[in-house]
Structures are given as structure tokens and as C-alpha cells.
Write a protein that binds this ligand. Structure first.
Ligand code: HAM
Length: 416
């Protein structure tokens, strides 16, 4: 019996793998314009790193981590997100002492034991950015602006930016108290079982529960922004002013508390209107106490991660990167000429393949169509005798015969 892949884990063939490559290349291009450099961190870390950074009471740490002992009994975990590992590397490398501000991005697989569904995998991929070392609200706005520029460069539409401010260690406890007092006045039986538990463990998360019963209750709950201290409020107002000055549309969302414990002040998410229930394509925020809590210097930070599977759902086939040609050679002589032509075209930077084995015309044309290439180059005995090639536009069906020496020009310009 053959062995199947694990539920929630995917193999990725084209066009999906092409779309991922395009996404990563676009990210590198856009992020480098903002001074970001690439960091690659390990996929496995000590479990304690995630417990201490993401937070013991979060769903990720409580229920979603792939945790296992290594051969010496040390507890290791497949990373459920990138931020914790980036912080560890930042501290361990001593970067904080060398650079006033570090801008680091990373991409790769993350692992969460969630119920798989459209847009939700157990192995998924993030593009993750962290800006470390700046307290300024300009850093928050710059990062959000970069995220939106990246999404725009991917050609994505129908997106909403949601923002909120979680306050700081000074003002958030007061909000928490007010929220708790409010939640204790409501009938706990009206909350979903998860939220009934969260009231005591992590009351903020009750705010972003999607269950209608919980939402009805939290509609009238106290709002974080009303409890922001003057410094947090001024910070947030500057972020909003900067977004406004750039004409970046945003929605204030008082329910946006995020699922990881390290956030303070600005939080944000980008939500898609076209990919179903798992609509958050990116999320992030400020985390000023995180580096210090992991044993590093007192360094502020702000970052985000975008989910590549969800972005790919939005990009669809349009994000694929079709080959330029598929060359169909009908006999031995045209195969020899076609082989030379294909090598010339590749030498000039075009991408394409050809058939090496004999086959009926129809089945070879079917193969060309399946390859997804823009053009089919057809060569039979007549073309070989005259040093020509028939170029068929596989989208429009239009056919043109050109000298082989002009094929490159035709493929590059679409005309002879
Ligand atoms: P997060 O909101 O947990 O934040 O995840 C970021 C994005 O990863 C989500 O918006 C979503 O697109 C994608 N994602 C999460 N879980 C899954 C899944 N099971 N399947 C598919 N996609 C998923 C973080 O991870 C933070 N570390 C972001 C951050 C960086 N904050 C500061 N710096």
C-alpha cells in the first residue's frame, strides 16, 4: 500500500508553487525598498520559546503546537509562527547591540494543529516582517504601508485594513478590569464554552470570538480605545494620521485583539472579502516588551505576517507564471531543428519545453495546451525543409508562420 501525505499538509505543484515563488520574489523586491533584509531561522525551537513569547493561555500554545521530546528528552516544537524565532535569533546574535534599528523578514512553513479547511492548513506558510528598535509610530505606519504596497504589487483587490490599539502595561490592566466587570454581569451560559473559560484565563479573546451569542454580548462591552492612556492614544493617533496622509483606507475595529499575547498598542489585520471564512490574509502589531521578556535588551518592535496560502487563494490562476512556449516537433528532422531553436530561445531568456518522443499531432497539441504555455511552436517536415516554424497563440488560437530566425522576435513582441 502506498503512503499518503498527512492531513492538513500539502504538496505544491504548479501553478501553486509558481504563485508562491512570485509572492516571495515580490516580497523581496518590495521589502528591500524599505530596508528589510532576509533572515532564515530554524523550523524547530525549544518549546519554552513559544510558551514564553506567544503566551501560555493562547489557543496556539494550549492546543495547536506540534510538540515532541527529542532523543535526549528535551521538549521541542515545530514553529507555529515566525516572530518568536526571529526574536531569539535577534537576541542571540547580539544584533541589538550593533544596529539601532533592524528590519528583518523571513518566509517559510509554520505548523499549527488546527482543523483544516479552505485557507487553513496544519502546515502553512508565512511571509513575516519585524522592525526592531523603534518606538516611533512612524515605524508602525511605515510597516502597514509596506504591507499594503506588497499586497497591491500582487494585484490583490477587495481588502480591508482593520486597526486597533491594545494600550500598554499601564492602561491595558484598567481595560481588562472593566471588561471583566462587564463580562461578570452577563449570563455566562450565553457565552460559548471556550469564552466561558476565557473570561477567567484570557478575557480579551472573548472580544474577537465569532460565535453570534458571544458577539451579541460583546457589542456593548467596553472598548480598548476608550481606555488608552494619553501616550498610547497619541501614538495611535499619529499612526492613523500617517495612514490618512497616504490615503490608505482603514477601519477601526474595537474587537481586534489578536490571538497572541505579546502585542501592545497598534494591532492590525488585513481581511479579504473573497476567500471565505478564513479571511485574515495578514496580521500584526507592536510588541514592545517581547525582546526583554525573552532575556534580551529592552527593545521595542512592530511586525506582521501574511499567510501565503490565503494570498494564493486570492491570486488564483492569475498569479501563475506561464511558460513562453511549448515546441511540438512532428518528425526526426524537425526535432533536430526544433531542439536547436528551443535552446536559442532559452539562451535569450525565454522559458519553454518540447516533446522528445513521437506522438500523434492531436495528442502533442493537447500536451502543449496542458503545459499552460502562451505559444505553441509547431514544426513538421514542411517547416523543417523551409526553416520556418508555425507559432500558435494558445489563448486566441491565431497561427502565424515565421522564419525560425524570427521566432524569438515574435515571442517577445507578439508580432512579426
Ligand atoms: P497570526 O495572525 O497568527 O500572526 O498569523 C498571521 C497570518 O498567518 C494570518 O493572518 C493568516 O493569513 C496566516 N495563518 C495563520 N494560521 C494559519 C493556518 N492554520 N493556515 C493558513 N494560514 C494561516 C502571527 O503569526 C504573528 N507572528 C504575526 C506577527 C509578526 N506579529 C508581529 N510580527
Amino acid at each position: 500500500m502506498s503512503i499518503a501525505r498527512i492531513k492538513g499538509f500539502a504538496d505544491m505543484f504548479p501553478p501553486d508553487s509558481d504563485i508562491f515563488t512570485r509572492m516571495e520574489n515580490t516580497a523581496r523586491d518590495v521589502f528591500s525598498r524599505y530596508g528589510f533584509v532576509e533572515l532564515r531561522t530554524p523550523i524547530v525551537e525549544f518549546t519554552e520559546l513559544f510558551q514564553r513569547s506567544i503566551g501560555e493561555e493562547t489557543d496556539v500554545v494550549q492546543k495547536e503546537m506540534y510538540t515532541f521530546p527529542d532523543r535526549k528528552g528535551r521538549s521541542l516544537t515545530l514553529r507555529p509562527e515566525a516572530t518568536a524565532g526571529v526574536m531569539r535569533a535577534y537576541i542571540e546574535s547580539g544584533l541589538a547591540n550593533r544596529e539601532p534599528v533592524s528590519r528583518l523578514f523571513t518566509t517559510g512553513p509554520m505548523f499549527r494543529y488546527e482543523r483544516p479547511q479552505k485557507g487553513r492548513m496544519r502546515q502553512f506558510h508565512q511571509i513575516n516582517c519585524e522592525c526592531l528598535g523603534s518606538h516611533s509610530p512612524y515605524a508602525d505606519a511605515d510597516l502597514i504601508s509596506m504591507l499594503l504596497r506588497f499586497l497591491d504589487a500582487l494585484g490583490l483587490k477587495d481588502l480591508t485594513l482593520k486597526v486597533n490599539s491594545l494600550g500598554c502595561a499601564e492602561c491595558r490592566p484598567k481595560f481588562k478590569e472593566a471588561l471583566l466587570a462587564y463580562l461578570q454581569t452577563v449570563d455566562s451560559a450565553a457565552l460559548c464554552p471556550d469564552c466561558a473559560r476565557r473570561v477567567n484565563t484570557n478575557p480579551l479573546r472573548v472580544l474577537d470570538c465569532k460565535q453570534p451569542g458571544c458577539r451579541a454580548i460583546t457589542d456593548a462591552a467596553p472598548k480598548l480605545l476608550d481606555y488608552n492612556c494619553p501616550e498610547c492614544r497619541a501614538h495611535f493617533d499619529t499612526v492613523l494620521d500617517l495612514l490618512g496622509a497616504e490615503k490608505l483606507a482603514y477601519e477601526l475595529d474595537h474587537r481586534l485583539v489578536r490571538g497572541l499575547d505579546y502585542y501592545c498598542r497598534t494591532t492590525f489585520e488585513v481581511v479579504s472579502g473573497s476567500i471565505g471564512a478564513q479571511a485574515a490574509v495578514a496580521g500584526g502589531g507592536r510588541y514592545d516588551g517581547l525582546v526583554k521578556s525573552l532575556g534580551g535588551p529592552d527593545t521595542p518592535g512592530v511586525g506582521f505576517a501574511a499567510g501565503m496560502e490565503r494570498l494564493a487563494l486570492m491570486m488564483g490562476e492569475a498569479g501563475a507564471n506561464p511558460a513562453d512556449f511549448y515546441l511540438v516537433a512532428m518528425d526526426a528532422q524537425s526535432r533536430t531543428q526544433g531542439y536547436a531553436l528551443a535552446q536559442n530561445l532559452r539562451g535569450a531568456g525565454l522559458r519553454g519545453e518540447m516533446n522528445f518522443s513521437e506522438g500523434g499531432f492531436k495528442s502533442l497539441m493537447r500536451q502543449a495546451g496542458k503545459s499552460g504555455a502562451r505559444y505553441c511552436l509547431i514544426m513538421g517536415p514542411d517547416e523543417a525543409a523551409q526553416n520556418t516554424v508555425v507559432i500558435k497563440n494558445l489563448e486566441s488560437g491565431e497561427q502565424t508562420a515565421v522564419p525560425q530566425s524570427e521566432a524569438l522576435h515574435f515571442l517577445q513582441t507578439g508580432t512579426n
